[in-house]
Unconditional design. Structure first.
Length: 375
């Protein structure tokens, strides 16, 4: 089956399933992808400057354009089922091919959380449609990999870390090299204890006694201070923040070990709640019971609709698209060599693109170039 035939077959299948087909332009303003998509996509975009000086790009993704189309054309609606089929454009690091035109067919299910009977209704609907899509292509043997940022966010939320460090870890989870550097910094301790504060006062400010002077007065009284673009007040406030948010080196090491062990958890979906329970017992974690109950609910719902034998859950999913903020999934062929389909849930993207309503969405796209290789 040719790529064109796969594109048409999937387009028609999604339409038969009740989705409305959207025609999307090939060229977009680059900034919309810089602001919403992951580093992996940003560095592989085909960009250029038009005659007005505006940076444009060939579309590297179809979810963002589909959401933009919904906001522009269906802003009065609280829900939509949209589909698309066609090429996207991303450069490649491959020695064989330095640039790629990839073909995708996909769906986006947009909805209001208030309309849900169960929190996982749309997640399971999207997963079921994804497996049905492959079945429709006569691909019956595959492996499903699932992750969810919800569980990672919940875990980080309860750790004994300053709020700004929790926010950093969550914000940079997809940027793995920087995420690792954050863990290494926590490993060394966070903030200034009294001893460290005294050393810094002596080395940086020439004083360890602030009884008669505020730090601002010390800074302003020095003839030469390397303030850069910051005022004495800003430096003093920053120093005070770090003094108040203390995580000792021992506690930092313990927290980093917990995070790493949590991210290592992966296994068959049906057995994953038990893995979580064992982890909490072994790690003496007493704040994750509610999340485990949510995981059990998710497993039950998925298993009621889909054969879960070949579904695996991985806490360290590491998807490259940053606008996903809930469940994420990928489906591979039985050999594990070909990623046939990928998708996920995004509850904040529509708002960031300008929607005046609080709407959630979940979708997926097939990798038609990979599907062609196995058909």
């Amino acid at each position: 089956m040719s790529l064109q035939e796969i594109n048409i077959l999937l387009k028609n299948y999604f339409i038969e399933c009740g989705f409305n087909y959207v025609e999307l332009p090939l060229v977009y303003d680059s900034d919309i992808f810089y602001e919403t998509s992951g580093e992996e996509i940003r560095k592989k975009m085909f960009s250029f400057i038009d005659e007005t000086g505006k940076e444009k790009c060939l579309r590297p993704d179809l979810t963002v354009p589909t959401c933009q189309s919904f906001i522009r054309n269906q802003s009065d609606n609280d829900s939509a089922k949209l589909c698309y089929s066609g090429p996207i454009f991303r450069s490649s690091d491959s020695l064989e091919e330095h640039s790629l035109e990839l073909n995708q067919s996909g769906v986006e299910i947009i909805f209001s959380e208030n309309s849900l009977k169960n929190r996982f209704d749309k997640d399971v609907e999207a997963l079921k449609l994804a497996t049905n899509t492959l079945d429709n292509l006569n691909i019956s043997k595959y492996k499903i990999k699932i992750g969810s940022l919800m569980f990672f966010h919940t875990f980080i939320y309860y750790l004994e870390l300053p709020i700004r460090w929790k926010q950093r870890l969550l914000k940079h989870f997809f940027r793995r090299s920087y995420f690792e550097s954050l863990l290494e910094r926590i490993n060394r301790g966070v903030g200034y204890d009294d001893q460290k504060k005294k050393v810094i006062m002596e080395e940086k400010f020439g004083s360890d006694n602030l009884e008669n002077q505020t730090l601002i007065e010390v800074l302003q009284g020095k003839e030469v201070v390397n303030l850069g673009s910051r005022s004495a007040e800003e430096i003093a406030e920053r120093f005070s923040q770090k003094s108040e948010n203390i995580v000792s080196q021992d506690d930092g090491r313990r927290i980093v070990k917990l995070i790493r062990n949590f991210l290592r958890l992966n296994g068959q979906l049906s057995k994953f709640p038990e893995l979580l329970k064992k982890f909490t017992i072994d790690s003496k974690v007493n704040f994750f019971d509610e999340a485990i109950q949510i995981m059990e609910e998710f497993v039950d719902m998925v298993s009621s609709k889909i054969d879960s034998t070949n579904i695996y859950f991985n806490n360290d999913f590491g998807h490259s698209i940053e606008f996903y903020d809930g469940i994420m999934f990928e489906i591979f062929d039985s050999s594990g060599k070909h990623k046939l389909l990928s998708g996920g849930r995004y509850d904040q993207l529509l708002k960031s693109l300008g929607s005046n309503k609080e709407l959630s969405a979940i979708g997926f796209a097939t990798n038609n170039n990979e599907i062609e290789k196995i058909l």
